[in-house]
Design a protein around this ligand. Sequence first.
Ligand code: PLP
Length: 432
Amino acid sequence: MNYYSLNKQAADVSFKEATIFGQAPDKGLYFPRTIPVLDQQFIHQIQSYSKQELAFRIMLPYVGNTITEEALYEIVAETIDFDFPLVPINTNIYSLELFHGPTLAFKDVGARFMSRCLGYFSIGQSSKITVLVATSGDTGGAVANGFLGVEGVDVVILYPSGKVSPVQELQLTTCGQNITALEIAGTFDDCQAMVKQAFMDADLIKHMQLTSANSINVARWLPQQLYYFFALQQWNEKKSFPVIAVPSGNFGNICAGLVAYLSGLPITHFIAACNINDTVPNYLRTGTYQAKNAMATISNAMDVGSPSNFVRILEMFKNNHTQISQIISGYSITDLETISTISQVFNTSKYILDPHGAVAYNALEQYLSNHQNQKGIILETAHPIKFPETLESSIGQLLDIPDSAKNLFGKEKHSVLMNADFDELKNYLLSR
Ligand SMILES: *Cc1c(COP(=O)(O)O)cnc(C)c1O
């Protein structure tokens, strides 16, 4: 499989190059030349495959011959080495729980797959690859955990001091080894701007092989389609295929779901569930795309005003707004609606949603009320314990702390303090 740049001013590359470069030299996102169409027989028998076998078969065409089949099987098996249960909330709505990985959010799968691919590609290379990433919370922990101990790869994570939750901060500052956390006296936007500037800095590019680890990178983006296959593997409703509601920020996850759909996976409809950052719901309604500045909400991983993967969705449907709005509906949910959804679902079903899952639940419920004979799935993207204050006030009781979070407390935080100043970052990177 080759990948082309959506800006169309750069040469096609292999999966290996796309993973190492992250973004094309013309600043475009990479996109697969073709989306493989799966055999209908295979889809029909999806329940007869183990999740490892399924994941291997789905990822193989995207990776092509850049990784041996044996190594790829091992990479996918390690990547998905935890549960993805489909849990009923009520008679019409199920939750696909994507938070059973080591850092309790769905980003583990993409980060684990990408880290193992980069580790594989760095074997025999003389120079190290440096992964530079800015985080507002969940990405940092998933990337730190996924890349910990991967040889030939150094990871530098920038996070805004005092603006991530205690669990999130411990997840990115307690790893050690090849993981360094830079604690920036500034905002997430400052961190992101410093990282972007680094990728464009001629000195840095000359001295080190830099790559990104957000969903721009195909190795982080594409494995997210596996969730949708795991959902269908567990779908036993006979009357119809599911409507799937995806809590969306940068639109990497839902965009991966659309790849699965175009490959032939039977999904009735997609719901782009957003908080008040409603750039895409507005586009779906009006046909006009107008990026905005992000506003802060309680579902903070979706506080994005200019979603980077949206251009991939446009590409898939050749910019056809009619087609796009036939397959995706958008909803924008306020914080007050999110909180009342968490308490209402807890009171009626005893199911505990996190704020991101609650946004999806509210959107799906609205959609289903107009489509009476359909049933749906929300992707539950984070464990509620990542948002203890919101949750405990919404449901009126304390949450159980899972072991992976318990283990973090008592570990020592290590971070390098830095001003929100690109020259400081540059000097630091060059002097390592
Ligand atoms: C990152 C994240 C999202 C948004 O996912 P995108 O792929 O950026 O749309 C939603 N929920 C949680 C918990 C996240 O960490």
